[in-house]
Design a protein around this ligand. Structure first.
Ligand code: KIV
Length: 260
């Protein structure tokens, strides 16, 4: 699936349901149950590989999982590949070489973490035909500087996030993930930007919601409080995925219990 189809869904008033996905079987299941976007997230470092952070994940590993997901989805979902730590921060050229690997593996877009510091890289990629999704708020690849804490709770940080979001869009980013920020701030960003916003722990106003697959299936020992276990009472993996999609599309997820 290509970006224009996603944008049509948004124009028709639909919210976008996004899940992380790491293999072909789940990609098939998600495609069959209406997930709009599959994010091959570097969270696989934790969910699949058992690491404590996303930092050890390599570009080779991400490309391998992207190929598997692309085979399973077979063009039925939009596919985002997550640039892993160390594969894009050094220079725009480094980011281009890494992104080209994702696009060849079947991704429709790449995601990278960071605001103003990434603007030159985003422009470089977009000018060379690579659609980019930004990622602001809690940045898991910066865990060693910020920890896993909600972000932008103070006015100065919130203003910086607003500037970063606008700068990413101006540089050509075509989507923005916002993680663990106040709902009101996510709502302001969503109103100010023309590109779709996808929230995770960012309240209900975003254009779409993303969750980590293992969290919605109840496989995570300490899931984040903004997530929900959709496996509870679902009876099958397909029903759990469909439950998530329905909850996002009808606006019953995230509920008031997930607000900041
Ligand atoms: O890697 C990942 O799963 C992500 C989401 C948390 C947005 O980047």
């Amino acid at each position: 699936m290509f970006l224009p189809q996603l944008l049509t869904r948004l124009e028709q008033g639909e919210k976008l349901a996004v899940l992380t996905c790491y293999d072909a079987s789940f990609a098939r299941l998600m495609a069959a149950n209406g997930v709009d976007i599959l994010l091959v997230g570097d969270s696989l470092g934790m969910t699949v590989q058992g690491h404590a952070t996303t930092l050890p994940v390599s570009l080779e590993q991400m490309v391998y999982h992207t190929e598997a997901v692309a085979r399973g989805a077979a063009g039925r979902c939009f596919l985002i590949g997550d640039l892993p730590f160390g594969s894009y921060q050094a220079s725009p050229e480094q980011a281009f070489h890494a992104s080209a690997r994702f696009m060849a593996a079947g991704a429709n877009m790449v995601k990278l973490e960071g605001g103003a510091v990434m603007v030159e890289t985003v422009r470089f990629l977009v000018d060379r035909g690579i659609p980019v999704c930004g990622h602001l708020g809690l940045l898991p690849q910066s865990v060693n500087t910020t920890g896993y804490r909600a972000q932008a709770r103070e006015a100065a940080q919130a203003e910086q996030l607003l500037r970063d979001a606008a700068a990413l869009q101006d540089a050509g980013a075509q989507m923005l993930v916002m993680e663990s920020i106040p709902s009101a701030l996510a709502e302001t960003v969503t109103r100010q930007l023309a590109i779709p916003t996808i929230g995770i722990g960012a309240g209900p106003a975003c254009d779409g919601q993303v969750l980590v697959l293992h969290d919605i299936l109840g496989l995570t020992e300490k899931p984040p409080r903004f997530s929900r276990n959709f496996m509870d009472g679902a009876g099958s993996l397909g029903n759990a995925v469909q439950g998530f999609v329905t909850a996002v599309k009808t606006g019953s997820f995230p509920g008031p219990e997930h607000g900041f």
